[in-house]
Design a binder for this molecule. Structure first.
Ligand code: B12
Ligand code: SF4
Length: 438
C-alpha cells in the first residue's frame, strides 16, 4: 500500500486476470482463487497446479509463494504483466512461465501437467479478437470488493509510451478489441447500471469505440474509462460519450512540461492543448481523473508547485500521481540502466511510491517529498473547496472527502457494513463519478 492509500484501494476490484485464467479451464476443474491483498492463502489446500498472476511489485512475494508449493511437489506457473514484460526476471523461480495471454496457453499447460510433461515456457502474445475469453464473474465473492462491475473491452494500447508496460517487446504488438456482443453479454450478466471499463485506453481504436458506444446506447448506462489525451481531437467523441452515459474519464496527462512529455514518447499529449481538453470535458459534464508522473528528466523542485496550481486552476476533480518507476522490460528501464541510474532492483519497491532511480534535476528526497506534497495539497480542505465542480458534485465530494481525505473513516465503515454494500451505496447516491484507477 502507498502512504496515502487505505484498504479501499486493495479492495477496489478483483483481479480480472486470475478470473480469466479460471474461466479458461473451469468446466473440467475446480479452481479456487485467492487474492492475498485481502485474504490469506490456504497453503494446506491440496492442488494439482498453482497459477500466480504477477505485477512488477508482487514478483518477490510470488516467488515466496511458489517456494512453498514447490516444496510440496506442486507445480507452479507464473503469468501476468510482469512475466510478459520481462520473463528474465522470473526464470528459475517457477516450474513454468506464461508469456502473454492465458487464453492461448493455460489449456496446454493443464494438459502438459496432466501428462507430466510441463515445459519451462509457454507463449501467446497475439490473439484474434474472438480468442479473448471473459472472466468467470460468477466465481467472484462480491462481498469482498467495493466494485465488481469492471469490464475489460480490449488488451494493450496502440501507443508505446516509454515508461509503460506497453513499450515492452512482448506486448508492443498486441492491441486488440473484444467482440462487442461478448461485452454486452458481460454487462447484462453483471446486471448493473454502472460499469467501469478498465482498458488501458478506451479510445485506442476510435472507430471501434464509436461502434461500441452506439451498441450500448439503448442500455442507458453510467460508465467511465481511461482514455488518451487526444480524445478531444476525435470529432463527435465527447458528445457520444456524454450521450451514452460517461461520467468520468481517467487521462494520463503525466506532466505539464512539454519537454518532459517529449522524452516519454507520449506523442498524443500536447501540453499547450491541456486547458482546452479540460474545458471541453467539463463542458460535457464529465469529471476528470488526471494522472501525473514525477521524476522525469526535466522535472525540478518547482515542478510540484506548478502542477498543483495547474490542477487547482483547472478544477481537476481527482488526481492520481506516481513517482517515475522503470518497470523492467520498458524502454525507460533500458535508458536508465544504460545510464547506470537504477538504485535498487528490489521489485517490491516498484509501486510508483518509492524512488528507485537517480533523478536528474532533483534529489531523491525532493522527488519523494514533492510527490507526497501533491497528494496532501490537492486533497487539502482548502483546495477541495477551490476545485469544487459545476457538475457531479456529490460524486466529487464523496471521492475527495470519503476516499482521499477521510479514507480511514470510510475504511472503518466498510469493515462494519461490508465493502460491496458501501460501493453500491456510493454508486447510487453519486451516479458514479469515481474512477477505478485512483
Ligand atoms: C484494474 C487495474 C487495477 C485495479 C484492480 C487491480 C486488481 N485487483 O487486479 C486497482 C485500481 C486496484 C489497481 C491497483 C494497482 N495497480 Co493496477 N491496473 C489495473 C489495470 C488497468 C487492468 C488490469 C486488468 O484487469 N486487466 C485485464 C486482465 C484480463 O488482463 P491481465 O491481468 O493482463 O491478464 C491476462 C494475461 O496477463 C495473462 N495472465 C494474467 N495472470 C496470469 C496468471 C497465469 C497463471 C497465467 C497462465 C496467465 C496470466 O492472462 C490474462 C488473460 O489474457 C492494469 C492495466 C492492464 N491493462 O493490465 C493496471 C496495472 C496492472 N496496475 C499497475 C499498477 C502499477 C498498480 C498499482 C501498483 C498502482 C499504485 N501505485 O498503487 C496498484 C497496486 C496493484 C497491486 N499490486 O495489487 C500497473 C502494473 C505495472 C507492472 N509492470 O506491473 C498496470 C499494468 C498499469 C500500467 N499501465 O502501468 N490496478
Ligand atoms: S497511452 Fe497510456 S496505456 Fe497507452 S502506452 Fe501510453 S501510458 Fe501506456
Amino acid at each position: 500500500m502507498r502512504p496515502m492509500d487505505t484498504s479501499l484501494k486493495t479492495r477496489m476490484a478483483p483481479s480480472l486476470g486470475l478470473y480469466t485464467v479460471a474461466s479458461v479451464i473451469r468446466h473440467n476443474n475446480c479452481v479456487p482463487v485467492f487474492n492475498e491483498n485481502i485474504e490469506t492463502i490456504d497453503f494446506e489446500q491440496s492442488a494439482d497446479l498453482v497459477g500466480i498472476t504477477v505485477t512488477v511489485d508482487t514478483l518477490p512475494r510470488a516467488i515466496d509463494i511458489a517456494k512453498v508449493y514447490r516444496s510440496k511437489g506442486i507445480p507452479t506457473v507464473a503469468g501476468g504483466i510482469q512475466i510478459t514484460s520481462c520473463p528474465e526476471s522470473a526464470r528459475g523461480y517457477f516450474d513454468a512461465l506464461c508469456i502473454g495471454f492465458a487464453e492461448g496457453t493455460w489449456p496446454d499447460i493443464v494438459r502438459d501437467v496432466q501428462s507430466g510433461m510441463l515445459k519451462a515456457e509457454y507463449r501467446c502474445i497475439n490473439l484474434p479478437s474472438s480468442g479473448i475469453i471473459g472472466p468467470a464473474y460468477d466465481l467472484i465473492d462480491y462481498r469482498k470488493y467495493l466494485y465488481v462491475n469492471v469490464i475489460s473491452t480490449s488488451r494493450g494500447c496502440p501507443y508505446k509510451c516509454s515508461f509503460c508496460y506497453n513499450s515492452c517487446e512482448n506486448i508492443r504488438h498486441s492491441y486488440v478489441n473484444r467482440p462487442i456482443p461478448e461485452i454486452i453479454k458481460e454487462i447484462r450478466y453483471l446486471n448493473r447500471r454502472h460499469i467501469m471499463f478498465i482498458d488501458d485506453n478506451f479510445i485506442g481504436n476510435p472507430k471501434w469505440t464509436q461502434r461500441f458506444l452506439e451498441a450500448i446506447r439503448y442500455m442507458n448506462l453510467k460508465w467511465q474509462a481511461a482514455v488518451s489525451a487526444n480524445v478531444v481531437d476525435i470529432p463527435g467523441m465527447l458528445d457520444l460519450m456524454k450521450e451514452t452515459g460517461c461520467t468520468a474519464l481517467f487521462i494520463g496527462f503525466e506532466s505539464i512540461n512539454q519537454k518532459s512529455i517529449d522524452k516519454t514518447g507520449k506523442y498524443q499529449n500536447i501540453t499547450a492543448t491541456y486547458e482546452r481538453l479540460c474545458h471541453e470535458i467539463h463542458r460535457h459534464g464529465i469529471m476528470i481523473n488526471a494522472s501525473f508522473v514525477f521524476g522525469l528528466d526535466d522535472d525540478d523542485p518547482e515542478t510540484f508547485r506548478r502542477t498543483i496550481d495547474w490542477i487547482v486552476r483547472n478544477k481537476i476533480e481527482t488526481v492520481t500521481s506516481h513517482i517515475l518507476t522503470p518497470y523492467p522490460g520498458t524502454q525507460q528501464h533500458k535508458v536508465l540502466m544504460s545510464q547506470n541510474r537504477i538504485t535498487t532492483d528490489n521489485l517490491s519497491k516498484y509501486t510508483t511510491s518509492n524512488v528507485v532511480f537517480l533523478p536528474q534535476c532533483l534529489s531523491s528526497e525532493e522527488l519523494y517529498e514533492g510527490y507526497i506534497q501533491v497528494y496532501s495539497e490537492v486533497y487539502s480542505l482548502k483546495n477541495i473547496i477551490r476545485r469544487f465542480p459545476q457538475h457531479n458534485r456529490s460524486a466529487y465530494l464523496m471521492f475527495n472527502l470519503f476516499y482521499r481525505k477521510y479514507g480511514r473513516f470510510t475504511e472503518f465503515i466498510c469493515r462494519l457494513i461490508g465493502y460491496n454494500r458501501l460501493g453500491k451505496w456510493v454508486e447510487s447516491i453519486t451516479k458514479l463519478g469515481q474512477n477505478i484507477s485512483s
